[in-house]
Ligand binder design. Structure first.
Ligand SMILES: [Zn+2]
Length: 199
């Protein structure tokens, strides 16, 4: 059993009721998943937000960026604070990962440097830089899609949140829409390889 088989549902986190959500959040998540979503052990809202993060990743894909998407949610209200996707190519910025982008948008919107009581949904396991940023931002919960054994730093690699120099560790839920998130990345890199061999 991998770390990703151990999917947790939110504990003290209160799930928003439908009436608290705006129209954007009420779109049918089943439709977004294309009916393929594995719903076992994961709450409907967790899947819903991850499906939105996956939509962000698809925007990156369409712009020829490595398809990783992120959504930042207010744990009290269930409302989305910010959405973002990886922009390293177009932004000519190696730090423009989806998590950094969504944190920057979030703090700007809330006019604060700490994102207490928020959950960050991201379609790929964060790298060291993003894990550190999540820690500095004091994000309460982190929900991850696919595992990244090559570049990840949460369950893989340096396991940043386990290190002594990490002063804030979010609650972590992993493997939500893992297959869909990984598939998108796989398709992206396959297309890239094909295109480069065509030249
Ligand atoms: Zn990163």
């Amino acid at each position: 059993m991998s770390d990703f088989d151990n999917i947790k549902c939110f504990g003290h986190w209160r799930q928003p009721v439908e009436s608290e959500l705006t129209a954007d959040f009420q779109s049918d998540w089943q439709a977004q998943l294309g009916g393929n979503g594995d719903t076992s052990g994961v709450s409907r809202m967790v899947l819903h937000y991850m499906a939105l993060a996956l939509n962000e990743a698809k925007k990156a894909f369409d712009k020829d960026e490595v398809p990783v998407g992120a959504v930042l949610v207010d744990n009290q209200t269930g409302k989305i604070i910010a959405c973002a996707y990886n922009k390293t190519e177009h932004g000519l910025d190696p730090t423009a990962h989806a998590e950094i982008e969504v944190i920057k948008k979030g703090v700007k919107k809330l006019k604060t440097k700490r994102l207490w009581n928020t959950t960050l949904y991201v379609t790929l396991e964060p790298c060291t830089m993003c894990a550190a940023a999540i820690s500095f931002a004091r994000i309460e919960r982190l929900v991850i899609g696919a595992k990244d054994e090559k570049g990840g730093a949460v369950l893989s690699g340096v396991k940043f949140f386990e290190s002594k120099t990490c002063h804030h560790k979010p609650d972590i839920t992993a493997g939500v829409l893992e297959k869909e998130s990984a598939e998108l990345l796989k398709t992206f890199f396959k297309t890239k390889r094909k295109n480069s061999s065509d030249i």
